[in-house]
Design a protein around this ligand. Structure first.
Ligand SMILES: [Fe+2]
Length: 362
């Protein structure tokens, strides 16, 4: 059985081929287009993966994509009805969902001389993340955690992986997101590009966590180990923060309100030097991230009483925090995929299909 896994219409578009349960090849579209984090349908990566696997599009038995526009619709509707967000925000999201839903037709358009027989399967974003870690890990049993920006209206998910089956029984839903918190501080420090968060992580050790108390206003740890954002500091939940996801490097509008600048100081402008204050902000954001991350992991260890952890999601690329998991939590073994972010979602979606993992919500 040949499965084509893809992450499309999102940053870090990617493709992979699984044949009879074995990952033969995986590639990110940015490597071919020479545009970092390129978003859209990863046609070049698909071509490369097919060539490496010695296959044609017509040889593919199944296509798996790491988005499922049908999930969490009740949550989406409830959000629109109760929060009444900007119409542009709703429209933007509907367009993006439609694009992910129409992937079959777009694949046929992109490969006009080839025939696609394979059905396209939509795998919920976080199930794909969790699978990209757990289903390729050496563990029969593991606590599975995805900590992310957003995907399918949720920003985090967790549950247990047992004998190749993942049961998801907790999520953090839009608009609350640890990834959005980190991205907002990244923008405020003056790094506006999609994927610039690693610069803040790298800057952090040059500063002191002098703004940690202020950060605790911006993101708040809950008694159950989950977290919520102080929403007055953020725009993404009631205004249209523009995200562009098609045929380009992803662009993200400003995620925060002027309230965040009142709390932490003005945004560093283009060509303005990095001062000690910016380094202290970076250290404070990293310290806050770690506080939230370890609160969640400790709560999940307490809940599941399992010492093995399979970690994924865009935030799981925070290698500084990952390196402290054994110091700050009781977990004894951890598996992290090489592509913990959305590119790896292509691999996770393909493995979900391969294992016939049904989505179980507790
Ligand atoms: Fe993601």
């Amino acid at each position: 059985m040949t499965i084509l896994g893809i992450n499309a219409y999102h940053g870090d578009s990617a493709a992979c081929i699984l044949r009879d349960g074995k990952l033969l090849v995986a590639a990110e579209e940015e490597r071919f287009r020479r545009i970092k984090h390129w978003a859209g349908l990863p046609t070049e990566a698909i071509k490369f993966c097919l060539a490496e696997a010695g296959a044609k599009l017509s040889d593919v038995d199944h296509v798996a994509i790491n988005r499922d526009p049908r999930v969490n619709n009740f949550r989406r509707l409830l959000f629109v009805l109760t929060k009444r967000p900007d119409f542009g925000l709703v429209l933007n999201r509907i367009r993006n969902i439609r694009k992910a839903a129409g992937i079959e037709a777009t694949l046929r358009e992109a490969f006009p001389t080839e025939t696609l027989h394979a059905p396209v399967h939509h795998v919920e974003h976080h199930l794909a993340h969790l699978a990209s870690a757990y289903l390729v890990s050496p563990f029969a049993e593991a606590v599975c955690v995805s900590v992310d920006g957003f995907g399918d209206f949720a920003s985090a998910a967790w549950g247990m992986g047992r004998d190749g089956e993942i049961t998801i029984d907790g999520r953090v839903y839009f608009p609350h997101s640890l990834g959005i918190f980190y991205s907002a501080i990244t923008q405020l420090i003056g790094f506006p590009w999609f994927g610039d968060e690693y610069k803040v992580m790298g800057l952090a050790p040059y500063g002191e966590p002098k703004f940690l108390n202020e950060m605790r206003e911006v993101v708040r740890v809950q008694s159950d180990g989950t977290y919520r954002l102080g929403l007055k500091y953020f725009r993404h939940h009631n205004e249209n923060v523009s995200y562009t996801w098609n045929n380009c490097t992803p662009e993200v509008g400003t995620l925060y309100t002027p309230e965040l600048e009142k709390l932490l100081g003005p945004t560093r402008k283009k060509d303005e030097p990095l001062t000690q204050k910016h380094k202290d902000l970076a250290r404070s954001a990293q310290a806050m991230y770690e506080e939230v991350f370890f609160a969640l992991l400790n709560a999940l260890h307490k809940k599941y009483r399992c010492d093995q952890l399979a970690l994924s999601g865009g935030c799981a690329m925070n290698s500084v925090a990952n390196g402290k998991v054994y110091l700050n939590t009781p977990f004894k073994k951890m598996y992290l995929p090489a592509a913990a972010g959305d590119a790896g979602g292509a691999i996770g979606a393909a493995f979900v299909l391969q294992h016939g993992v049904a989505q179980h919500d507790g």
